[in-house]
Design a binder for this molecule. Structure first.
Ligand code: SF4
Ligand code: SF4
Ligand code: FES
Length: 324
């Protein structure tokens, strides 16, 4: 994949989206979806309800409601199948079928995203066909082409899923180029004492939105905009993390597969100590909080403080800093 091919080529792969069999059995789940009854999946292969299929020539039996990704994960597949927007569907996060890095080929339905395609009894699945592997590679290259690849100054360097997948796939350079227009960079949102947002590294996988809305039930994050302006934003229309209604639980940063959401304090945790290079100066512009009355270690106070100017005054719970 990702070689020095001079003419980028998009394979002739039918977009399975219109016929995606996302059903009540395989519920992606998000705060924007209609309420659904959450049923814990039974992963034990139940003889009555199990599906037996063939993956890369090997027979695999999975429980009802499993996906093709579950089936591929049950064996050593011939090809590596990443799944960047899939997290843990026990936990109401994913699958979202957003990134399409998990494509596999089935005899019955052609090339499909394995994370959200139900495992049906009798299916024949291959991970190593040209079509499946090229579809995965194209989609990974598309993600990379819209990603700030300044990994050596990133706090997730060495613990980034996108980096892991790229290494695993021998990516030399993304065939669609690298996001390197400095004036196109979104400013780093460093306004919150708890979570830093670098949208230049966001792959729009939606994991954070589901963690915040469906698991924490805080309703802070959303995906906003459209086309190339699609970005992570806030449900209260806030401009910065500090002005959002975030309660600083940190779940979004925990599930983020890239360096787009990082806990403050870990923002430099995994960077190579190259003098002069930091996460901030590799981006360009940084949005800081307008004042620093809230100290790290203190819950983000915005929920209680919204619309209450008096909250800006120092209190016993929110002591003044030297700069106040
Ligand atoms: S840290 Fe804030 S934005 Fe992130 S999941 Fe918790 S409440 Fe939502
Ligand atoms: S911020 Fe992270 S978790 Fe949220 S959509 Fe972007 S890459 Fe995914
Ligand atoms: S993991 Fe399947 S589409 Fe992202």
């Amino acid at each position: 994949m990702s070689t020095d091919q001079s003419t980028p080529r998009v394979p002739d792969v039918e977009n399975p989206q219109p016929t995606m069999p996302l059903t009540e059995d395989i519920r992606p789940g998000t705060a924007n979806d209609p309420p659904v009854e959450i049923v814990e999946r039974d992963r034990t292969a139940d003889a009555d309800r199990a599906a037996t299929l063939t993956v890369d020539g090997e027979s695999v039996t999975v429980s009802a409601e499993s996906t093709l990704l579950d089936a591929t994960e049950a064996i050593d597949t011939d090809d590596y199948v990443p799944a960047l927007c899939s997290y843990d569907d026990h936990d109401e996060i994913g699958p979202r079928s957003e990134c399409r890095t998990c494509m596999v080929e089935t005899e019955e339905h052609g090339v499909v995203p394995s994370c959200s395609f139900p495992a049906e009894d009798g299916m024949t699945v291959r991970t190593d066909t040209t079509e499946a592997s090229e579809a995965r590679d194209v989609n990974l290259d598309l993600l990379l082409s819209n990603h700030n690849l300044r990994c050596t100054t990133c706090g997730k360097n060495g613990r980034c899923e996108l980096q892991d997948v790229s290494i695993e796939n021998d990516v030399a350079e993304p065939r669609y180029g690298v996001f390197d227009e400095r004036d196109a960079y979104e400013p780093l949102d460093d306004s919150s004492p708890f979570i830093q947002i670098d949208r230049n590294k966001c792959i729009l996988c939606n994991r954070c939105v589901e963690a915040c809305n469906d698991v924490q039930v805080e309703g802070v994050l959303r995906i906003e905009g459209s086309g190339e302006d699609t970005r992570i934003g806030f449900q209260n229309d806030a401009e910065t993390m500090m002005d959002s209604t975030c309660v600083s639980c940190g779940h979004c940063a925990t599930v983020c597969p890239t360096g787009a959401l990082v806990e403050q304090g870990l923002t430099d945790a995994a960077t190579i100590p190259a003098p002069g290079f930091t996460q901030k100066n590799s981006i360009g512009k940084t949005v800081e909080a307008e004042n620093d009355r809230f100290q790290p270690g203190q819950a983000t106070p915005m929920k209680g403080d919204q619309g209450d100017e008096s909250a800006a005054e120092p209190t016993a719970e929110s002591p003044a800093t030297e700069d106040d």
